[in-house]
Design a protein around this ligand. Structure first.
Ligand SMILES: N[C@@H](CCC(=O)N[C@@H](CS)C(=O)NCC(=O)O)C(=O)O
Length: 213
């Protein structure tokens, strides 16, 4: 039976998958594990009453597992791994924090209005750390030959970096970070990613209100 999942709808397009990286992370997990699912698109600017009942914090993704709605992509992905262990997407614990500060650094840089406030450098530093990790370990993924949950968490974030910073700041990941660029390309080329990504125009639209805050 298909698993029910609530994810963000695209800004300005009521029938189209939106740009939430946490929602995409769960969809990627479902695709990689080849689990059937049914998507419910949620307008997070105008949340339906039934959604607020199943997701009191009002955030997507939420997923119904064993008859109970579960919030938070970390928790959902953990339960999916326990309930459906094959193929394993477990990340070795020693790699768990790789890239964990990239998304926060990206959001700060995207929202910054001053060109010399250090936010660009902070993001480049985090990406450089990721590049060094990739250089030191045999890839192509963060934990080696097989894709793991950590890659599926980072992939949508790297996609948002590419699309949103490309659009709003005409910025791209520095060419010198060849390992990160190759890694992102490999993730974006996966069938699971193609199937679950938001179109670029909706990633841009999704960040518009934050950029203009
Ligand atoms: N820690 C949560 C974050 C989820 C999250 O921030 N979702 C955003 C969309 S990307 C949301 O639902 N925002 C609507 C709101 O906060 O009202 C997770 O990993 O699932």
């Amino acid at each position: 039976m298909a698993l029910d999942i609530c994810v963000k709808v695209a800004v300005g397009a009521p029938d189209v998958l939106g740009d939430c990286p946490f929602s995409q992370r769960v969809l990627l997990t479902l695709e990689e594990k080849k689990l059937p699912y049914k998507i419910h698109l949620i307008n997070v600017s105008e949340k339906p009453k039934w959604f607020l009942e199943v997701s009191p914090e009002g955030k997507v993704p939420v997923m119904k597992l064993d008859g109970k709605w579960i919030a938070d992509s970390d928790v959902i992905v953990g339960i999916l791994e326990e309930k459906f262990p094959e193929p394993s997407l477990k990340t070795p614990p020693e790699f768990a924090s790789v890239g964990s500060k990239i998304f926060g650094a990206f959001v700060t840089f995207l929202k910054s209005k001053e060109s010399n406030d250090g936010s660009e450098k902070a993001l480049v530093d985090e990406l450089e750390a990721l590049d060094n990790h990739l250089k030191k370990h045999s890839g192509p993924f963060l934990a080696g030959e097989r894709v793991t949950a950590l890659d599926l968490s980072l992939a949508p974030k790297l996609y948002h970096i590419e699309v949103a910073l490309g659009h709003y700041k005409k910025w791209s990941i520095p060419e010198i970070l060849t390992n990160v660029r190759k890694y992102a390309e490999a993730l974006f080329a996966r069938e699971s990613f193609e199937k679950t990504k938001a179109k670029k125009e909706f990633v841009v639209a999704g960040w518009a209100s934050k950029v203009n805050e």
